[in-house]
Design a protein around this ligand. Structure first.
Ligand SMILES: [Zn+2]
Length: 266
């Protein structure tokens, strides 16, 4: 059984400030360690459930956060960013039985996490699909669905976990903390690790989750913070300016949405 694991940091237990998510800042050291420990816990749960291979995508910021020496030998590690439209799930294909998202977070224009954002915290307010603000979880659950792969497990903030349940795919969600404005109340890190390990094991043996359901068509709105940036990026083929900060795009093909996002979000 091949398992895909995508790791972010803004939903790792207790993280509350951008300095803690930034590899170049001393505050990051504790959270880089904890991110690695939560990924290791998820790998242990997957191996206990019968996984033979795990592809781990380091999907936060530089893509260079995880401490490779700590991962089990059955894991291979994908670091950095290529620009492929699959973004945080690059390398995922039909050969994988399931995907696991560890350390994920609430989306832009929502509360639930002091570091809430969708794809870009600096330049975007958020992204709407068919009228709803979406998180990175939804974007990549739909991307995994293009390959027929279910997201079987998600860990992160409590609001994100509620969103995972609302998608109704049978995925297991483990909350590590709850956001209150710029503050968080988090579990003990050891408690989070135990819940992640057990949650992954139970999510995979037996595998209950189904691939997310893709809509017939997609009305996408990328809402930027700066009108000058929105104007320039609205020249992406097929895109249009909906209002001074909003880039609109309509398609029936989810891959085209992910391709668009590679070019209009940065
Ligand atoms: Zn991140």
């Amino acid at each position: 059984m091949k398992i895909y694991l995508s790791a972010d940091i803004e939903g790792i237990t207790g993280i509350a400030d951008w300095a803690e998510a930034d590899l170049s800042k001393p505050d990051n050291a504790e959270f880089r360690e904890r991110m690695t420990a939560e990924v290791v816990a998820a790998c242990e749960g997957a191996l206990a459930a019968g996984a033979s291979e795990i592809l781990v995508k380091d999907a936060h910021w530089t893509g260079r956060n995880l401490l490779a020496e700590r991962l089990p030998r059955q894991a291979t590690l994908w670091r950095g960013w290529s620009g492929h439209p699959y973004s945080m799930v690059q390398g995922l294909d039909r050969s994988f039985a399931a995907a696991l998202f560890v350390g994920w977070h609430s989306g832009g224009a929502k509360g639930g996490n002091p570091l809430a954002h969708t794809l870009s915290s600096g330049s975007l307010l958020g992204i709407r699909v068919n009228g709803q603000w979406v998180s990175e979880y939804q974007l990549h659950a739909w991307t995994a669905a293009l390959e027929g792969v279910p997201v079987a497990f998600v860990s992160g903030d409590a609001d994100l976990c509620a969103e995972v349940q609302a998608m109704d795919t049978g995925a297991t969600a483990v909350d590590t903390m709850r956001g209150h404005g710029a503050a968080v109340q988090s579990r003990h890190p050891a408690e989070s690790r135990e819940r992640i390990r057990e949650g992954v094991r139970q999510a995979l043996a037996p595998l209950r989750a189904r691939p997310a359901r893709l809509a017939e068509s997609f009305e996408v709105q990328v809402v930027r913070k700066d009108a000058r940036d929105a104007y320039r990026r609205a020249f992406y083929p097929g895109a249009r300016l909906v209002d001074p900060v909003t880039i609109g795009f309509t398609t029936r093909d989810w891959f085209e949405v992910m391709r668009l996002l590679q070019f209009v979000c940065g």
